[in-house]
Design a protein. Structure first.
Lengths: 540, 499
């Protein structure tokens, strides 16, 4: 088959997004086909040919490999089903919703399919910016605030990624992603890449945007943000700091620790939340901690053999989490059927016996067993399942209280079913050995412990609520403090100018003076002479 | 590798085409609108054709040189090399678009003959700058550009416009004096300053070190005024009172670019990058460029007047060119040079959009942009594309420049410059994204159409030109790796310099 088919998942969403510029029939047609476009991602997965377009960008190449294959599958399934749900659910602001949705999809597709450095970065940047439209969809004060936090932290992360990308490109040009593990690169660039992508993943302490963005974004947007888009960060790690690099073993312990901490931190803060989607957001943060743990183990092991297990973990979490988010838009508290549809993915996430979560945990434990970290950590992993179970119990109680009438949408049912079966199929296709019987007890005791804890703590009064986004308040006051101090040091009073953000007022006063002084011609002339003299002294 | 005699008329022809057009326009006078439009467009098209012809010939390895002795020993040289073609083709393409835009923008106002006459003269001077083969020729056309731009800056005749014009003249004429001093000094030292890749002053480094350093500073200051290096940028934001086509000319087609191009010539073809490093002038120049990049963006951030914000953005972006060339090496040099083209495309789009919004809807301040994307979608999309390009979003042209500048800085062992570039990208996001947000996501504020006598075709032209340049800034980024892209053109130039 010809290689241009690989470009379909990128091109089709962009073309469809362009159609939204026209009102009338063209747009209603676009709304009909838009949800199905992610299925185009199955084409490259199917044909698995690499292709190159040497005149595009800086020499674009597309292809599929062991890292991107599970994510392609996940995106095709979850994004399509969320889109089908969205077609019924989004009534207002269709244009901004679908443009954001489709451009994000194009960006994600490029992230998944790019086989060269520049192409990958192009996709990542597009995805990051376009997702902002998904966050601010409601245009309420809360949404703008969440959008601002998202944008600031995402742009900072993207710039860290950019620095790492150009650091690789400076020595080797626009290299193939598959060859990065063999290239020498100073560790600080690697840390920049890790930190940059950690923003997308929601790893502590860069997670603050997730709990702010999810409650304000429309339900389908939350589903793909949490289920799919966060995984672009994981792929970023795997691409720029792939297992098999020289110093992997030195980077791994910090990441391992950070991953475990994030796993428990997410649960601890999530338990103090009162909003359904915020609780799920913290659950995502916690689960991404576990993904980070497996990634760190792969780095330490220095080989890419565990890739199928990582794929399993990603598929398991993505599908189940998307199903839970969709549940939030379907009155999960009404009737036993909806109860089952909520309980199945929730149980899977806790890693209950014979669920896909148990398979995912088995993968992490296998990686742990072959690593140098020591088997004692397996108990800690078990405890993380207990923690997850507590958080999802909290979720369950909140969910069952939500009975506002809405239809049960078929997309939800299909999503729950695919979450139930697709990871098993993945296991079978890749011929992975999950040690099912031996793992039963390991999967059971954390839940029993959780059940015991729930029974024990039942009578206690409700803990105080913590604002969503926890550390974000700290970051904001820190930023404000720095700006104020700088203003004081410069000895400038904040001359209040109308319609300005407080940060701008200071900047304004500072530069108004500076600029007025600089643009006075004599000063400019003197400065030039002064600089000239300095240069002369300097050069002597 | 000299071409046959027949084609040697090309370099002077390129300069004379628009000068001739100017003469016809002046003579034809105010009333003969049809003739004026025809001459304008014909000259622009003819010039574009000539540039393409000469460009293909240069690509094929031909050499064009035309010299004219003023007095014995002092000659004007017009010479087409790859770098000339870079600047000439940029100017020719953008001049064509700007001419169309200007006709649509201004044909209902008084004093058109004066405007279009000087407009053509400007471009004539710009072609001279692009094709200058020695420092004297460059200087002559550079000063000519100053004088022919002034009537355009003060075109409206309002007190503010006149003040802006005075400021412009003060800055540029002082710069001219600096240049003249430096040039005479340099001619005294070397005899003749013919542009040669790798420079001509290397033999003097031992004996005339201090003199060369001072001359370099004078030259950079002289060209730096037009290139708007901070603190020499004061005239540029004031000059935005001029009509939008003039802003396009100042910021994208000719003036600012002429300054940057002059610096390019000085570093690469008069001194040679190695000599600049040897004289200890590289780091100070990098420092000035970095400072300009950051300060320009910070100043843009505080502006709430649309065109002033764009003007400060130019201050910042043009220094990318200086930065790249100062850093040196194939990657950074290419990144800087290609930004000559890339910045031009993006900035001209932004000014076209700002000008059209001002003309048709009376929009001058940022707060007035609310919801206009829906009202004028094509314009909104063009503006958005160019603004995102300025931030360095892939796959737009700004990304390609940023990529090469950053990799070049790292390859040259200057990793802190990546921080400067990143800081600039973030600041660009801080002052462009709110505009994009207002265009598309804010609720529509009711705005009355400004009653202007503009027919439908003119309205169409105003929007179509912006769309065309926006499309170009997508296409040149998306097809950056194409063999005929500006990127590959400048990569070839950068590789030709002795490393």
């Amino acid at each position: 088959m010809s290689g241009w088919l690989n470009a379909l998942p990128v091109m089709l969403p962009l073309l469809t997004a362009a159609v939204f510029a026209r009102r009338g029939r063209a747009r209603s047609l676009a709304v009909i086909i838009a949800p199905w476009l992610p299925l185009a991602l199955l084409v490259p997965l199917w044909q698995a040919d690499a292709s190159a377009a040497p005149v595009l960008l800086l020499g674009l190449r597309l292809g599929v490999d062991a890292f991107s294959a599970p994510l392609l599958l996940l995106s095709a399934l979850a994004w399509t089903l969320a889109g089908v749900f969205a077609r019924g659910a989004i009534r207002r602001g269709q244009m901004r919703f679908w443009v954001g949705w489709l451009v994000s999809l194009a960006g994600m597709s490029l992230v998944l399919l790019a086989a060269d450095l520049a192409g990958f970065y192009a996709g990542y940047a597009t995805l990051s910016l376009a997702s902002w439209l998904l966050v601010i969809h409601a245009r309420s004060d809360q949404a703008w605030h969440a959008g601002r936090v998202y944008l600031v932290i995402t742009l900072l992360g993207e710039m860290a990624v950019f620095a790492a990308v150009v650091a690789i490109a400076a020595g080797h040009g626009n290299v193939a992603l598959g060859s990065i593990d063999a290239l020498p690169l100073a560790d600080h660039w690697r840390w920049l890449a890790l930190a940059g992508f950690a923003v997308k993943m929601g790893v502590f302490p860069l997670h603050v945007w997730l709990p702010l963005a999810h409650p304000v974004a429309p339900v389908p947007s939350s589903a793909i943000l949490s289920g799919v888009i966060v995984k672009a960060g994981l792929l970023g790690w795997l691409r720029l700091v792939p297992p098999g690099i020289e110093h992997g073993i030195e980077l791994a312990p910090v990441l391992f620790g950070l991953g475990l901490f994030t796993a428990f931190f997410g649960v601890a803060v999530g338990l103090l939340q009162r909003q359904l989607k915020v609780v799920l957001a913290y659950s995502t943060i916690s689960q991404m901690g576990l993904v980070l743990v497996l990634y760190a183990l792969m780095l330490a092991g220095g080989s890419q053999e565990m890739a199928p297990w990582l794929g399993l973990l990603v598929l398991h979490h993505g599908l189940n989490k998307a199903a839970l988010f969709i549940a939030c838009g379907c009155a999960p508290g009404r009737g036993w059927l909806r109860g089952v549809l909520v309980a199945l993915p929730a149980l899977a996430l806790t890693g209950a016996p014979l669920t896909t979560g148990m398979l995912a945990k088995a993968g992490i434990k296998q990686a742990l067993a072959t690593s140098s970290f020591g088997a004692g950590w397996a108990t800690v992993l078990g405890l993380s399942s207990t923690a997850t179970a507590l958080l999802l119990w909290h979720f369950w109680r909140l969910a069952r209280a939500d009975r506002k009438y809405r239809h049960v949408r078929p997309a939800w049912v299909v999503l729950v079913l695919s979450a139930l079966f697709v990871p098993w199929a993945w296991l079978a296709i890749h011929d992975l050995d999950a040690h099912l019987l031996g793992g039963l007890w390991a999967a059971s005791w954390p839940l029993l412990l959780a059940a015991g804890l729930i029974a024990l703590l039942r009578g206690l009064p409700r803990p105080p609520a913590l604002p969503a986004g926890d550390l974000v308040i700290l970051y904001q006051s820190l930023a404000r403090y720095v700006v104020t101090v700088l203003g004081r040091i410069a000895g400038l009073q904040g001359r209040a100018l109308p319609n300005l953000h407080p940060v701008h007022v200071r900047l304004n006063a500072r530069f108004l003076d500076l600029e007025q002084r600089l643009t006075a011609l004599p000063v400019a002339g003197l400065l030039v002479l002064g600089i000239g003299g300095l240069l002369w002294l300097f050069a002597r | 590798m000299s071409a046959g005699g027949s084609a040697q008329f090309l370099p002077p022809a390129l300069v004379l085409v628009s000068a001739l057009a100017a003469v016809i326009i002046f003579i034809a006078g105010e009333a003969r609108q049809r003739l004026r439009i025809t001459v304008n467009l014909a000259a622009a098209l003819l010039k574009l054709a000539l540039v393409i012809w000469i460009g293909l010939a240069v690509l094929a390895g031909e050499d064009f040189r035309y010299s004219f002795e003023l007095v014995p020993g002092v000659e004007l040289i017009l010479h087409a090399d790859a770098m000339s073609i870079l600047f000439a083709s940029l100017s020719a393409v953008l001049w064509l678009v700007t001419t169309i835009y200007a006709i649509a923008y201004l044909e209902h106002t008084p004093n058109r003959a004066r405007f279009f006459g000087f407009f053509s003269l400007c471009v004539s001077a710009t072609m001279g700058i692009a094709l200058a083969g020695n420092l004297l020729t460059l200087f002559v056309f550079y000063e000519l550009l100053t004088l022919t731009t002034w009537p355009l800056v003060v075109h409206d005749g309002t007190p503010r416009a006149l003040a802006a014009g005075r400021s412009y003249l003060r800055y540029t004429l002082v710069a001219g004096v600096l240049l003249l001093t430096a040039m005479i000094w340099l001619y005294g030292l070397t005899g003749n300053v013919v542009f040669t890749p790798g420079g001509i002053v290397a033999p003097l480094v031992e004996t005339e070190r201090t003199a060369l350093q001072v001359i370099f500073v004078l030259l950079i200051a002289g060209f730096g005024v037009k290139a708007a290096l901070v603190p020499l940028h004061g005239w540029l934001p004031k000059a935005m009172v001029a009509p939008a086509p003039v802003s396009a000319l100042l910021h994208a087609v000719a003036v600012v670019k002429a300054g940057a191009f002059g610096i390019l010539r000085v570093i690469e073809d008069v001194y040679g990058h190695a000599v600049v490093v040897e004289l200890g002038l590289q780091l100070p120049l990098i420092a000035v460029a970095s400072w300009t990049i950051l300060i320009g963006s910070l100043l843009a951030l505080r502006e709430h007047h649309l065109k002033r914000r764009l003007a400060y953005s130019t201050v910042s972006q043009v220094s990318y060119i200086v930065l790249g060339v100062a850093v040196g090496g194939v990657l950074a040099t290419a990144g800087g040079m290609v930004h000559l083209v890339h910045q031009g495309l993006m900035k001209i789009t932004l000014f076209f959009c700002a000008g059209t919004l001002g003309l048709l809807l009376g929009v001058h301040r940022i707060e007035q942009l609310d919801g206009l994307g829906r009202r004028m979608p094509w314009l909104g999309v063009s503006f958005t594309v160019a603004a995102l390009g300025m931030m360095g979003m892939p796959p737009l042209v700004g990304f390609v420049s940023k990529w090469y500048l950053a990799t070049g800085a790292l390859a040259a062992g200057l990793p802190w410059l990546v921080a400067v570039l990143i800081g600039s990208a973030l600041l660009n996001a801080a002052y462009f994204l709110p505009l994009v947000r207002r265009l598309w996501l804010a609720d529509h504020a009711p705005l009355e159409d400004v009653p202007v006598a503009i027919n439908r075709i003119s309205r169409l032209a105003l929007v179509a030109t912006a769309v065309a340049t926006a499309l170009l800034s997508v296409a040149l980024g998306l097809f950056a790796a194409h063999p005929l892209s500006p990127l590959n053109w400048v990569l070839a130039i950068a590789r030709s310099y002795p490393s």
